[in-house]
Design a protein around this ligand. Structure first.
Ligand code: SAM
Length: 291
């Protein structure tokens, strides 16, 4: 599958010193080994249409599994949010006039990051707090088990958005073509109902799931494909500076977008390259100076 040429990705030189470009017709994923805070500064303003970031959440654990490890130091949520802004500010400037920023977090600091993003992007740019619910893992005995992440969605101008629809529940279908709440509202049973901001239909990547790479906290392709398909157009450029196992890059390719991703961990970059090559994607790998 080739990225379609109909998107809005510009033919811009991303890193002039490295003679590196991302073009809508390019088939290659650009894969940067380096600290996001340094290489994102080199991106020209408005060069991308969608940015997704899934940083360490500040859990105070070393995240380790068969295919890699990364440190996730604990910090006060206010300090965590300030540090994360060093990544989110250049990501926001790299987005074009209709661009969307998606920030994947959990209960540790999402409330502080939201306040910081309101300051950076403007309260009016906040569009959604998507709640991704999942099962599995440990069960708390003295609290309600924490079984959801949040994805903050901020967007500029009139953002790209393609509504996804799902079938109505059986009881709605049996009531017929009228809303239970307003009899004059017609329900389009065939088209289905637009997706809400809480998602319970995407399981975590565990066990024998064939997409599992063994990288810690790998996110499901279905989650990234949904975000990319709804928040960008075919041919658009998608950024992910904390790519881990490369899920965003694979999902972007499958959705005919062009990806520019990176990670500071050489293990993660190796794994992402192997995963992309195995999926039949071309990769342009770059080691950021001082990575
Ligand atoms: C939660 S994992 C990302 C998982 C990924 N979404 C996936 O599906 O596999 C976070 C990643 O951020 C990377 N990381 C942490 N701090 C970074 C930084 N300052 N710059 C670049 N990468 C960073 C870690 O090495 C780790 O791979």
């Amino acid at each position: 599958m080739n990225p379609a040429r109909t998107g809005s990705a510009q033919e811009s030189t991303l890193f002039p010193d490295l003679d590196l470009e991302i073009r809508p017709e390019s088939q290659a994923t650009v894969l940067v080994e380096g600290r996001a805070e340094s290489w994102l500064q080199a991106l020209p303003a408005g060069c991308a249409q969608l940015a997704y970031v899934d940083p360490p959440f500040g859990t105070g654990k070393v995240r380790r599994s068969q295919a890699g490890a990364y440190a996730d130091p604990a910090s006060q949520p206010r300090v965590y949010a300030e540090a994360l802004m060093a990544m989110l500010e250049p990501l926001w400037s790299a987005l074009d006039a209709r661009g969307t920023l998606l920030v994947h977090l959990d209960h540790h600091a999402s409330h502080y990051v939201k306040v910081a993003l309101d300051d950076l992007c403007g309260v009016e740019a906040f569009r959604n707090e998507i709640v991704w619910c999942y099962n599995g893992g440990g069960v708390a005995r003295s609290d309600y088990s924490r079984k959801h992440d949040v994805i903050l969605r901020y967007a500029k101008g009139e953002p790209r958005f393609h509504v996804e629809r799902r079938p109505y529940k059986e009881n709605t279908q049996s009531v017929g073509r009228h809303s239970t709440y307003a009899s004059e509202v017609q329900i389009d049973l065939e088209r289905g109902t637009p997706l809400t901001d809480w998602w319970t239909d995407i399981p975590t990547v565990t066990g024998w799931n064939p997409e599992r790479t063994g990288y810690p906290t790998q996110k499901p392709l279905m989650l990234l494909e949904r975000l990319i398909a709804t928040c960008s157009d075919p041919g658009d450029a998608v950024l992910d500076p904390c790519c881990g196992s490369g899920t965003t890059a694979v999902a972007a390719w499958r959705q005919s977008r062009v990806a520019l991703v990176g990670d500071r961990s050489p293990e993660a970059v190796e794994l992402t390259e192997r995963r992309l090559l195995a999926a039949g994607q071309a990769v342009r790998r770059v080691r950021w100076p001082g990575a």
